[in-house]
Design a binder for this molecule. Structure first.
Ligand code: ATP
Length: 269
């Protein structure tokens, strides 16, 4: 079966309200929202709108969510593809997929093109590339051709995500390409509390739930882990026939997620 490589210019309903914390990153991407909504305002004095920004941070911290929120706030279509989708491709296919993606984006501009795990394509030579070097390079070159081929007034803004900015080919980081970097860190206790609040929204929770305590008990958790905890706690409570989710269910869910994270880390080591 053919893998679905990118979402085709789907409309998104996600807004900045769905993204908890990340206050500094939000301020930076708000500018991008305004570029998409009012391009003329920026180009009248001869300035060029940036073509892309790199979102840098650990897995599960909300990079994809934030990119979708940019599209949602600007009310433009969202195209996405993941660098890792290209890992097992035949020669020539990667480059043609990139060409295809940008053709669709040009047709639907203004829009956001999101490239997750750009390091899978954009690794500098010889840095433990997963895909064959020729194929990776063809794909990367096509991306550079596409980026250089549209002007700042095209209405296309590319957001790319990585947790390994250090391995990226410097060609990607040149002025006029991904010359802006937006850092997205793991949330601190306050940030975790706010993320819990977002994900507790749809959950039938008991009144004794201490969100602050939950945030304190989950150092090192990314937003994705917290979303996972909330869902797991609701399932645990339901399994035990409860009518609401209480602190005990959350503690059990946290233990379970920590167990999972430890296993994952063991595999990586
Ligand atoms: P990866 O690098 O693994 O692709 P990512 O940084 O793109 O991860 P997302 O896919 O955006 O992370 O996050 C996964 C899910 O975790 C989100 O859909 C959301 O449910 C939750 N999440 C992560 N960060 C936040 C946040 N700041 N606020 C609310 N929810 C969050």
């Amino acid at each position: 079966s053919k893998a679905q490589l990118f979402e085709k210019g789907t409309k998104v309903n996600i807004t900045f309200n769905d993204v908890a914390g990340l206050d500094e990153a939000k301020v930076e991407v708000m500018e991008i929202v305004d570029f998409l909504k009012n391009p003329k305002k920026y180009t009248t004095l001869g300035g060029k709108i940036p073509k892309g920004a790199l979102l840098v941070g650990p897995p599960g911290t909300g990079k994809t969510l934030l990119a979708k929120a940019v599209a949602g706030e600007a009310q433009v279509p969202f195209f996405s593809m993941s660098g890792s989708d290209f890992v097992e491709m035949f020669v020539g296919v990667g480059a043609s997929r990139v060409r295809d993606l940008f053709k669709q984006a040009r047709d639907k501009a203004p829009c956001i093109v999101f490239i997750d795990e750009i390091d899978a394509i954009g690794r500098a030579r010889g840095k433990n590339a997963v895909m064959s070097n020729d194929e990776r390079e063809n794909t990367l070159n096509q991306m550079l051709v596409e980026m250089d081929g549209f002007g700042g007034d095209s209405g296309i803004i590319i957001l790319a995500a990585t947790n390994r900015p250090d391995v990226l080919d410097s060609a990607l980081l040149r002025p006029g390409r991904f010359d802006r970097q937006i850092t997205i860190d793991l949330p601190d206790a306050k940030g975790r509390e706010r993320i819990f609040e977002v994900h507790l929204g749809p959950i039938k929770k008991s009144k004794n739930l201490n969100v602050k305590k939950l945030a304190q008990q989950t150092p090192g958790f990314a937003g994705a882990d917290i979303a996972n905890v909330c869902n797991e706690a609701a399932l645990i409570a339901a399994r035990n026939g409860k009518s609401e989710v209480d602190m005990q269910d959350f503690n059990d869910a946290v233990d379970r997620i920590i167990g999972g994270l430890e296993k994952k880390n063991k595999i990586i080591q």
